[in-house]
Design a protein around this ligand. Structure first.
Ligand SMILES: Nc1ncnc2c1ncn2[C@@H]1O[C@H](COP(=O)(O)OP(=O)(O)OP(=O)(O)O)[C@@H](O)[C@H]1O
Length: 289
């Protein structure tokens, strides 16, 4: 990664960090972190009759969807059907033409009342991992905490160790990111996201460029996380075996509409010919776990 790319990368990360005012470290919260740096809580997301067009292109059509608190939820579907656009709505990067998104019952696009509870925190794990190669693993994980002065240095070091342990990379703080395999990079990217204590974590094509064995390891990391961290996870993936393996529920989008929602078993048993065909062709007939 060049310096310019790293700078762009940083800008993008900034944009995707949400819910913190970027305040300067205060001597509160046992003197270790700013008061807003609370434990995560998995959020409940309700999407009601969401519509979005770009010019003449009606991308999202009457999307109605509930993602429950603490759920691991995957969105699948052919290319260009609106999966990423939907994800961008949930993190307020795109505004709907009509419809609402309620997170823990609050309309995220409505003006916030004065007594509104703290905004949900989210973090995105990018397809490319988007790590800084010139930094160590630990520096990547702690970057945001240090830049925003969220906690003091001793606490940041403990947080880095804890988040790396959660993704099975205990003791790897001093490795250079450039020395890591693709699967390890992805896990560092997850640890970096976890450092923000997100209530919601979004994975954009997490298995892109990973071989099946590494994808399987990653699935287990994400499944184990669910046992230890209270967060809601949304995954957009073309890898149906992966999505079926680790998701509580899956929604399939086709031509801007949700055409099926259910548990992996329900999706696999769907009688909808579009769903059946998509599952068959994308898993090459393998039905997955
Ligand atoms: N900002 C934008 N302006 C105009 N068109 C857009 C914009 N963002 C997305 N689109 C269009 O919306 C449609 C859906 O795009 P989206 O990226 O959500 O698809 P996707 O299902 O995520 O595809 P893939 O699986 O290939 O990533 C595409 O036709 C895309 O070109």
């Amino acid at each position: 990664m060049t310096k310019v790319e790293e700078q762009d990368n940083k800008g993008m990360l900034e944009k995707l960090v949400h819910g913190f005012p970027g305040s300067v470290f205060e001597e509160e919260n046992q003197g270790e972190c700013i008061a807003e740096y609370t434990e995560p809580h998995g959020v409940d997301i309700r999407i009601e009759m969401l519509n979005k067009s770009f010019g003449d292109l009606h991308v999202l059509k009457d999307i109605d969807l509930e993602i429950r608190a603490g759920e691991t939820f995957s969105i699948i579907g052919p290319s260009g059907t609106g999966k990423s656009v939907l994800l961008k709505h949930i993190v307020k990067l795109v505004k709907p033409d009509s419809g609402r998104i309620l997170i823990d019952g609050h309309d995220i696009f409505a003006k916030k009342p004065k007594d509104a509870p703290r905004e949900y925190r989210y973090s995105m794990v990018f397809q490319t991992s988007a790590l800084f190669n010139s930094l160590t693993v630990g520096e990547n994980v702690g970057l945001w905490l240090r830049e925003k002065r969220i906690c003091n240095e001793a606490r940041i070091r403990r947080i880095i160790r804890q988040k790396l342990r959660l993704v099975g990379l205990e003791g790897k703080e001093d490795f250079m990111t450039s020395e890591l395999s693709g699967g390890m990079k992805k896990r560092v990217a997850i640890a970096r996201s976890l450092a923000m204590n997100p209530d919601l974590i979004l994975y954009d094509e997490p298995t892109a460029e990973l071989d099946p064995v590494t994808s399987d390891e990653l699935a287990r990391v994400i499944m184990d996380l669910k046992k230890e961290v209270n967060l809601t996870s949304i995954i957009v993936s073309h890898d149906l075996n992966f999505a079926f393996y680790l998701s509580d529920r899956v929604a399939m989008i086709h031509e801007g509409r949700i055409i099926e929602i259910g548990t992996p078993a329900e999706l696999k048993a769907s009688e909808n010919p579009v769903v059946k065909n998509f599952i068959f062709t994308t898993t090459k007939g393998i039905t997955g776990a």
